[in-house]
Ligand binder design. Sequence first.
Ligand SMILES: Cc1ncc(COP(=O)(O)O)c(C=O)c1O
Length: 359
Amino acid sequence: MSRPTRATISLSALAHNLEQARLAAPNSKVMAVIKANGYGHGLTSVAKGLKQADGFAVACIEEACELREAGFKQKILLLEGVFVANELDLVKQLNLDIVVHSEKQIEWLESRSAANNFSVWLKVNTGMHRIGFAADEFKKQYTRLNKIEAINILILMTHCASADDRQNNYTKQQHNLFTELCAGLPEKKTLVNSAGLLSQEESHFDWVRPGIMLYGVSPFNDSIAQDHELKAVMRVESEIIAINSQKKGDLIGYGGRFKCPEDMLIGVVAIGYGDGYPRQAANGTPILVDNIRTQLIGRVSMDMIMVDLRPIRDARIGSSVILWGSEKLSIEEIASHSSTISYELLCRVTARLKKIEIS
Ligand SMILES: Cc1ncc(COP(=O)(O)O)c(C=O)c1O
């Protein structure tokens, strides 16, 4: 018997969430964003669950190589393009699409022969101010790219900064600037991430680029996944490995952050920040034991946490524990008790946390 700590990764939930994206944006192709090890779920597991997507977007060539080596033939887009000139050889060999956001990247393409046929996604900065050509530079770079014979397909792209906040008008402003810049240009276009996909129908254009919603997480700061009919893909589970009978006033865990208000039973669970459970989780962070809601008490250690067993009458060693990813306990709740966002919790699960694909 090994340590009972694991994350199950549901392939059917991935497929379901992709279907929700298609229903919300029926006239667009779906570029599934699976960078950062599939948002922590495991790159190839996620690609398997999302095999019906029209393409996969990753952050770097290493992630693209992993997908090609695993046999995935879909379109793959490098969201930051190439970092050095000679990566273009591998781009050609692996048949990858590339974002172009800098003059250096254009120069590297200009030095290639016509035989290359690169598919380029030209990125313009409409307000995110991260990567992409400035709006007043866009036409110049567009014209320059159009002259490069090594480029076969060109797609025009920008990225939303605040689509997760539905009250914020900024996405509309970005939409308007993007539309203005692209007016009269025949190329396909793409603007939205998950939040834009679910809230800005007029911004869907030819390709949508959902990430977080595909993992069954709400992209908005004021809703949870079920509100959008999304299903959690990752469920993090463990078990109670010890039960301690504590006296009123006892201090629990490192630094004694929790003081027992009465005589009470406390369960020790085999999970900690060494697995990716957030150390910032506050006293009171919800946890399910035998499917009953209870709370984290004391500071999270590397390999273990403590839970309040007062609400669970029949708790025993081996009782099941769910940390997030069930209908009764969303990752969004854990994120808000840990002063972070679901994206970070997912990306921070460590290699030690066993990942088990389920259908
Ligand atoms: C360029 C780009 N498009 C789309 C996405 C997907 O965003 P989300 O996970 O919020 O749907 C990301 C993620 O950061 C991104 O960088």
